[in-house]
Design a protein around this ligand. Sequence first.
Ligand SMILES: [Zn+2]
Length: 507
Amino acid sequence: MSSSDETEPQRAKQRPHAFSLKRLLKLNRFEMTGTWCCVRALLVTRCTSSSRNILCRDSSSPYLSIYQRRYKHHFRRYASRMFQNMGKIQPATSDLSCKSHKLMLYNDILSPCHPGAFSLLPLGQRALEKLIQVIDEELEVTGAQKMSMPSLAPSTLWEETGRWVSAGAELFRIRDRHDLHYCLGPTHEEVITSMVAQLNPLSYKRLPILLYQITRKFRDEMAPKHGLLRGREFEMKDLYTFDATVEDAEKTYRSICEAYCRIFDRLGLPFNKVSGATGNIGGSLSHEFHLSAEVGEDKFLTCDKCGLGTNVELLDKQSAQSQCGRENCELVQSTGIEVGHAFLLGTKYSSVFNAIYQKDDGQPSLTEMGCYGLGVTRVLQAGIEVLSTEDRIRWPNLLAPYQVCIIPQKEGYMAEKFRDMADSLSDRLGELPNMRGEVVIDDRTHLTVGKRLYEAKRIGYPFVVIVGKKALETSPQLEVLDVYEDQTTFLSETQLCQKLSTVETVL
Ligand SMILES: [Zn+2]
């Protein structure tokens, strides 16, 4: 009997937990267990909220109602209500060894919890979400799909590859009540390869498979330091690829490396791509992506003339010099923060878990794998490290938590007028598609404009708009600071909208 021949009761019998919506809503209070209560509450909430949308929809275009509600809602974000400028005083000298760490602590982006672990505060979280958006957009181009795997990985899987032992003390290990062992995954080759191995038979037509996740990773660092640069708990993007042949895997490898380059380009972060060591992960080909910074822990050699780039772990200066392609080659050694790593794994993991596919002649063959890491929270801090000055954050392009800070005149003469102008300016800017949710009004009018401007620059808003006395003139002018370009101009509201409408934003 095919599934389409089944009657409804038969189906319900096969799936005893599949209740209809009607049935769920009809269940009376006594029948309901806690779970049903929750499910019912959810259903009821969804029904009532959609009927609210119907009630307030614009009769001329009913299908736009939900979107209009989102877009036309004038949400104003006031600095006085935000978790920032909480009164921490930036010390003149600090024993914190790195600039970005210091800037993130004193601007309420990070809060330390215990060694190597931090709370990411609202400004930091918003920047992180923007970064994730950029990564998602660029990986989507490669055909990769996002998923998520459990952080708890069973020791049995890690024992199969021998990494339960070889990973050593860096692996966080946990034992459950049944005396089973797990690790808090720092990487997920075992989990994903065993999953793909279960897709049997897997036709060659379904390859390549590109799957990635952006999740919390754990590493028991001996000496965590520099905030998010070397922590014990961090956000990482890990992508795993499965191809039919070595050639296909190399093609995938190039396309992912290109996506990495696009990500750093869009963020406006100068980077170096160099040959890397394969380490504990293994494999045949590997590249590292570095941002140049003194606090980095990696040393690498690059040559502008022939394009050679290598980690010194892999090739010392002498052997690198011999590999340089041209006569007047000049190797330069730099220090960098490793933010990304690409590995061509071959069949190292697919052979352990028997992750095979069926070739067009029906014969089984091992999949050729690749894995690609990107330290997401590390990129966030490294970007700040590279671009900022000692006392002012400069965010990578696109990642500023908010693009615009509006500062109305200090309280006093015509205070209410200035406040209203700031509010209406925020509403108008919020209507620009790229500026939606990007505007903050610094309503702490008991402070001078200068004090608030200083803080806005320190937090790193790319644009500050001061609503001052010139805004009261017959042709009102706003003082507009392009903070990163260090330029001040006086613009009308319309000119400001034109200027800001060209700024690229994400979210
Ligand atoms: Zn060279």
